[in-house]
Each structure stands twice: as C-alpha cells, then as structure tokens.
Design a protein around this ligand. Structure first.
Ligand SMILES: N[C@@H](CCC(=O)N[C@@H](CS)C(=O)NCC(=O)O)C(=O)O
Length: 360
C-alpha cells in the first residue's frame, strides 16, 4: 500500500520560491502533496494562510506537525530530515562541504537573487500581468547581475559546480530565477510584451500579431476583421493607430495606477490619475462623435480597430472606478456593449479565469 506523504507544499509551481522547494523534494525523493494557492484571488493573504506564512507569501510548508516558510530554510530542513534519501550530497557530507555549500547558498540569496528577481518580474511576470516593463529597472538589474556573474565565472573556472565538484543545494537554489531569465530572454529579446511564433515567424507586439493573423487567414472566421479592400483597410489602420496613440496611453496609465499599483504596493501618483482621466474623457468625446456616425470605429462592421480596444477598455470598466467614462457616453457605451459581448472576447475572459495549467 502506498504511504501517505507527510509533506505538504502550499503554492503555485510557477512561483520561483515554490519551485526551489519542489526541485529539492524531487532531488531528495521525498513524496509530497502540492496544495494550490490562487494568488490572483489573494489566497496567500487570507487569515488561514497567514497562520502558516505570516508574510503572506508562497511557499508555505508542512511536515507532520512542523510548519515552515522561506524556501531556502525549507530546503535545508528537507536535506537534514531526509538525509538518507535521494541525493545524499545535496547539503554536503560533513562540515567542510556544508560550509562551502552554505557560502554559495548565501551568495545566491544575497547577491544573485536581488537582480535576477527583478529581471524575472520585469521580463517574465510583468508581460503576463499586462504591466508595463520598466526599462531602467531592467538595465540596472542586468548590470548588477552581470557583475555577480563575473564572480561566478571565475569560481566556475575552478570547480564544476559552485560549492565543488558535486551538484548541491547551492546550485539548485539558482535554478528557478535562472530558468525564467533564460526563457524570457530567448522568447523576447527586446523585452517586449507579446511573443508569437508560427511556422518560421516570430513576432513581438500584440497588434502586429493580430495583423499577421488577419492577413495569413483572410478566408477563415471573421473576414471583415482587417477590412475588405484598400479603403476599408485604411480606415481600420486609422483607428488602430488611434488606439495606440490616443486610447492606450491614458487607459494604460489609469489601469496601472488604479488596478496594479495597490497590488504591487507601489504608491499611486494622483497627478497621473487626474491627468489621465482628463485625457481619456477628451479621447472618448471624440470616439462618441465618431460612433454617432457608424456602428463601429472603422465603419459598420466590427474590425481589428475595435478588437484592440477590448483589453484596456475591459480593465477600465471592470478593474477601476473609471468605467463611468465609457458607460456615460451614449454611443461609446453602445459600442462597448456590442464589442465586449462578442463570443470571442467572452471566451478570452473565461480563459483568464481558468485555473493554471495542471502539473503532472
Ligand atoms: N524569501 C521568500 C520569498 C517568497 C516570495 O517572494 N514569494 C513570492 C512568489 S515567488 C510571493 O509570494 N509574492 C507575493 C507577495 O509577496 O505578496 C522565500 O524564498 O520563500
């Protein structure tokens, strides 16, 4: 009969700190339960979770009566407690080996982790969370990490792994951040938001992806999406530009300030909020006039020009208190109701609410 694991890890495996613990448990061949914590629903801040992780972060860990937080402390515990299982050299054999491992574990936590965590957030998570990347933070973190890696390069000229000739917890602890940084740099060399691959084409920038899909598949699905003929295409392009140049800047600023800054514990900038609201009002007045003349922005058919407004308009209506700017304008509101009720957009919203990919 299979034994019931005494170990439980709480948190999503996409978290770097959770995956550090999971990698250690796999190395040590220790069976565990993984209990999901839905961070998008702020379950990590719930009173029950705070009882086992007082900082409201993942992972939290339980082994019979013991509860622990801090991923590196959890890994040390797993190696000590299950010293006879799996990889027995993970925390060294004897004091000298352990001292060297501890030294490089500290280097990871103190020197490698700060700049690499910034890069993980900026390059991998900000795009997923539809947050604007901060080029200055990326540059600074890259310069800092490069200095740290110069030291690693010298060290790894002397030994195969950081603490000596064996793979240890010191190396393992570097895996989560390194994996994200490498994956993100391969996919998005310019640090841009959307990466799309099809046959031999790799594209950055969501609107370029939408144009490509419309042109590549002109006879599939909605055939009006990019206009029929030069004139229609020109109008679609005009309103696509209006979205990028005039609608996106104030809506993105409001979404960041009102929806994301509080989650990120970033102080809101009241001037930016005020100016963006004023600007958005002006922009929507112009849209309202246009939408008095035609059903959709580029004419009487739904096109890419309307579609590209959906993500930010959705956030303004659903994640901020500025939805009235859209709802109070007769024609804009009628247009918003029409485009946001399209089955394609409803499906996108459903997908946002679906649970993260299941792990094996
Ligand atoms: N030093 C902690 C860091 C944990 C941590 O930063 N977890 C992140 C996910 S990787 C988190 O829970 N962030 C949410 C928050 O801080 O509110 C550890 O290694 O366990």
């Amino acid at each position: 009969m299979a034994t019931i694991p005494s170990v439980t890890v709480y948190g999503p495996p996409m978290s770097t700190a959770v995956s550090r613990v999971l990698a250690c448990l796999f190395e040590k061949n220790v069976a565990f339960h993984l209990l999901p914590v839905d961070m998008s629903k702020r379950q990590h801040k719930s009173p029950d979770f705070l009882k086992i992780q007082p900082f409201g972060q993942v992972p939290a860990f339980q082994d019979s009566d013991l509860t622990l937080f801090e991923s590196r402390a959890i890994c040390r515990y797993v190696c000590d407690k299950y010293s006879e299982r799996g990889n027995k050299r993970l925390l060294g054999l004897g004091l000298l080996e352990r001292a060297s491992i501890e030294q490089w574990l500290e280097a990871e936590s103190q020197s490698f982790n700060p700049p690499s965590s910034t890069l993980v957030f900026q390059l991998a998570f900000a795009p997923r969370m539809r947050l604007k990347q901060d080029p200055k933070a990326i540059d600074q973190a890259e310069a800092k990490l490069s200095g740290v890696l110069d030291v690693y390069e010298r060290r790894l000229g002397e030994s195969r792994f950081l603490a000596g000739e064996e793979f240890t917890l010191a190396d393992l602890s570097h895996l989560p951040n390194t994996q994200y940084v490498i994956d993100a740099s391969e996919k998005q060399p310019l640090g841009q938001v959307t990466a799309f691959q099809h046959e031999n084409t790799t594209l950055l920038e969501s609107r370029a992806v939408c144009r490509y899909i419309s042109e590549k598949y002109p006879d599939q699905g909605n055939k009006n999406l990019f206009g029929r003929g030069t004139m229609e295409r020109a109008l679609v392009e005009q309103w696509l530009q209006a979205e990028v140049q005039t609608f996106d800047p104030p809506t993105s600023a409001l979404i960041f300030q009102l929806a994301f800054a509080p989650h990120l514990k970033v102080q809101q900038d009241l001037d930016v909020i005020e100016q963006s609201e004023k600007r958005l009002l002006e922009v929507l007045n112009a849209y309202d006039k246009r939408l008095e003349e035609s059903k959709y922005l580029a004419g009487d058919e739904f096109t890419l020009a309307d579609l590209t407004h959906l993500p930010n308009a959705h956030h303004i209506v659903n994640s901020t208190d500025k939805g009235y700017l859209i709802k109070s304008k007769k024609n804009v509101n009628r247009w918003w109701e029409a485009i946001s009720n399209r089955p394609s957009w409803k499906r996108v919203i459903e997908m946002r609410n679906e649970p993260p990919e299941k792990i094996a």
